[in-house]
Design a protein around this ligand. Structure first.
Ligand code: FES
Length: 95
């Protein structure tokens, strides 16, 4: 379990404790933060957010909604990734 804080820029939107292997989007829901989703299976990229601090479990192989460039920009797919450590998440997607 890890504390996850959700931000929009500098604004703190909510905080929740993640369950093991819980998709980030569900942790966000418990924090009262709505992350838009579409496919919920790592394909479309709708749920893309940015990891500011901490570490996430990256799926191997990478799902179609994520690539090396997005990862370099701290991109995280909230529907199919979970927090490994305490994390700060920016719900603004990488540019
Ligand atoms: S909702 Fe489609 S990749 Fe997450």
């Amino acid at each position: 379990m890890a504390i996850v804080r959700f931000f929009r820029g500098a604004l703190l939107l909510g905080v929740a404790e993640s369950e093991p292997d819980e998709p980030l989007v569900e942790t966000a829901e418990r924090a009262g933060v709505d992350i838009p989703t579409n496919c919920t299976s790592g394909n479309c990229g709708t749920c893309l957010v940015r990891l500011k601090e901490g570490s996430m479990e990256y799926p191997d192989p990478l799902p179609p909604g994520l690539d090396e460039f997005l990862i370099e920009d701290s991109g995280v797919l909230a529907c199919s990734m979970s927090a490994e450590t305490p994390c700060d998440i920016d719900v603004i997607p990488p540019l």
